[in-house]
Design a protein around this ligand. Structure first.
Ligand code: ADP
Ligand code: MG
Length: 240
């Protein structure tokens, strides 16, 4: 298959230090995420999935190894370049939503634009931004909750708001860390189906991180974390 590789990790290593003892978490991770596909990354709790996601999102530095986005090195880029990489190309969603509690759903969805643009630019474009935020809320089925705060929403609704926020800046790649991990089975299924819709309709590439094997079944490709390294699941290779 000749698919374009959007995100690539080569021999990533990361240890944490506890009481001066080195605890290796990632011991040489190789990963390729192909454009337009859903790639699952499965591993049990504590296996290093979130650690890896933080490295891939340039929120943390690897001890060793390389990360490329569309062929461009990220691991050794300047802080400004790493921030630009994240803001321009990535959507990120977390298990626990990470919504701002004081803001309504629509304000949470608008927040990435408020942060990434100057006050003047944001003010100039605010009507278009609000229309786009409403469109995003509509696409995730949450327009009727636009003015609700997170405390007034269910877990599924909060995750929908988090998805709308993550996709507000039209990223090409979504990193989803246990997007269903805190939801009941049916709600989790709805969230997965919503993510699949964005993959099919917009060509959004998705890296889906999960401890749940059944979630990986819907992915085009599957990696398994074991002993700080990733192995590909041959049954899932080259499906798309
Ligand atoms: P997963 O997301 O697969 O559950 P994590 O990446 O969160 O796993 O954690 C992997 C291992 O690294 C765990 O043993 C965890 O305790 C440890 N760990 C994670 N973050 C830190 C940290 N900031 N400091 C020390 N140890 C950490
Ligand atoms: Mg985790």
């Amino acid at each position: 298959m000749n698919s374009e590789i959007v995100l690539e990790a080569k021999q990533l290593k990361k240890s944490y230090h506890k009481d001066r003892i080195e605890v290796p978490v990632l011991r040489g991770v190789d990963l390729q995420v192909q454009r337009g596909l859903v790639t699952a990354l499965v591993g049990r709790s504590g296996s290093g999935k979130s650690t890896l996601m933080h490295l891939l999102a340039a929120l943390d530095h690897p001890d060793d190894g390389e990360i490329f986005f569309c062929g461009e090195p990220i691991h050794n880029a300047s802080r400004k370049r790493r921030d630009a990489y994240r803001n321009q190309n990535l959507g990120i969603i977390f298990q626990f939503y990470h919504l701002l509690p004081e803001l309504s759903a629509i304000e949470n969805v608008l927040a990435p634009l408020m942060i990434s643009q100057s006050v003047l630019t944001y003010f100039k474009n605010r009507k278009a931004a609000k229309r786009h935020a409403e469109l995003m809320l509509d696409r995730v089925g949450l327009l009727h909750r636009a003015t609700h705060k997170p405390s007034e929403m269910s877990g599924g609704e909060m995750q929908r708001a988090a998805i709308a926020r993550a996709l507000m800046t039209k990223p090409s790649l979504l990193l989803a860390d246990e997007p269903t991990g805190n939801l009941d089975t049916d709600t989790g299924r709805e969230i997965l189906s919503l993510l699949n819709t964005f993959n099919c309709d917009d060509g959004l590439s998705i890296l889906m991180i999960t401890h749940d094997d059944t979630i990986a079944e819907n992915a085009n490709q599957c990696y398994r974390m074991h002993d700080g390294q990733l192995a590909t699941d041959p049954a899932k290779l080259h499906v798309a």
